[in-house]
Write a protein that binds this ligand. Sequence first.
Ligand SMILES: NC(=O)c1ccc[n+]([C@@H]2O[C@H](COP(=O)([O-])OP(=O)(O)OC[C@H]3O[C@@H](n4cnc5c(N)ncnc54)[C@H](O)[C@@H]3O)[C@@H](O)[C@H]2O)c1
Length: 394
Amino acid sequence: MGITFAKPGLSIGVTIKGMASHPDFQPTGLPTIGHRRSYGSVPESEKFGVGVVGLHEGHTLLVALRASGLCRAVAGSDLSEVKRQEALDSTPGLFVTDDYDELLARSDVGIVAIYTPDNFHAEHIEKAFQAGKHVMCTKPLINDPKDGKRLIDAANASGMRLQVGQSTRFYEPFQRQRELFKAGHFGDAEVVDAHYNHRMDWYYEKSPWTIQDTHWAYLGLSHPVDLIRWYMGPIREVHAVGTITELGEKYGAKTPDAICVNLIAENGRIGRVLGNYGFHELPKARALIECFLMGSKGSSLARYPDLRFTYHDPNGVEIEEDYHNAMSGYHFRHELKGMHYGEFCNYTDYFASKLISGEPNSPDLVEGLASVMVMRAIVESLETGKPVRIESLP
Ligand SMILES: NC(=O)c1ccc[n+]([C@@H]2O[C@H](COP(=O)([O-])OP(=O)(O)OC[C@H]3O[C@@H](n4cnc5c(N)ncnc54)[C@H](O)[C@@H]3O)[C@@H](O)[C@H]2O)c1
């Protein structure tokens, strides 16, 4: 596994008739890839067929899969006719339906990819398992821990596997940070400081369910909580404080949209998570997502949407790797910074490669549910004002 160079536009063969209104749409339909990660490739006829439910962020996956070596988009489902038409415009030949059951019934769908609003994930995952499909589900995996047990039961009954679509892990700077960490460059992860801060007026306007049907502890903190668990392992206890920002109040938030959490791991190491969804961004100073890993032998900082990774080399020299020129075509596809094409393609191909090899994938259902239990404890801590120990799944 590593970074390879793909020639833009080869082996794609997509003809675009009209210009769709999806903001991520590339008018030529041809990917601009540049350097990318590769998880291997198989002939077109042997690729996993992917069926996507929820065609807003899910549309990103349809387009991202043009660069995939192991998977191809075969079906899409959304209740909205506009979203279905946009999917067809960008992905000619795609089977589209407003009926999720119809997508699940298709024999060419091997992997179901779920991008519906958070509170539908549990129902859609369970149905996919029951239909005998492997599942990819975007973050947060679920937003009510009570659903966890039945998902484990459904997975066990079906023998199918699940990959959590933790996009940040699969973004190039975070992949580089992980590679060097695993190679021992930073020693033990003693303190990890991760955040996801993003002003969300645009999201409230686009998707009102983000106010009514979920909690920022799940919707937003699912990124940094996953990063902390990736480095620190199982979490023992959290203590969270939160507030509702002026922006949150304007859009009717009933629970905090700015949350700060201290975490202690089972191994005694400590972490800190921040999520602020009502602040005024200062992108020159701080990236939307950062993972600052303070290790016994050195430190490193991975950022999103900056394609930059900063770290100590073994002599303590500060190194900055800048992937903007090399990889923005793969991750963003166009001039807009902050898209998810590369990460989505990475985690889909990663999952497919693990299905082929039979090796375990990460984060899988069990690991994803462990993060859900951390997020549940964060909500309880916000409500009680007290430190909360992480419980096992109810
Ligand atoms: N970095 C990331 O990985 C990332 C980024 C953005 C969003 N997300 C996640 O993706 C999910 C969707 O977010 P979004 O911004 O696309 O939301 P959205 O509101 O823009 O889109 C959700 C879509 O799901 C469709 N839908 C709802 N119920 C359906 C059903 N039963 N069958 C078929 N379609 C249905 C809606 O019509 C809508 O088009 C959320 O869970 C969000 O947290 C992840």
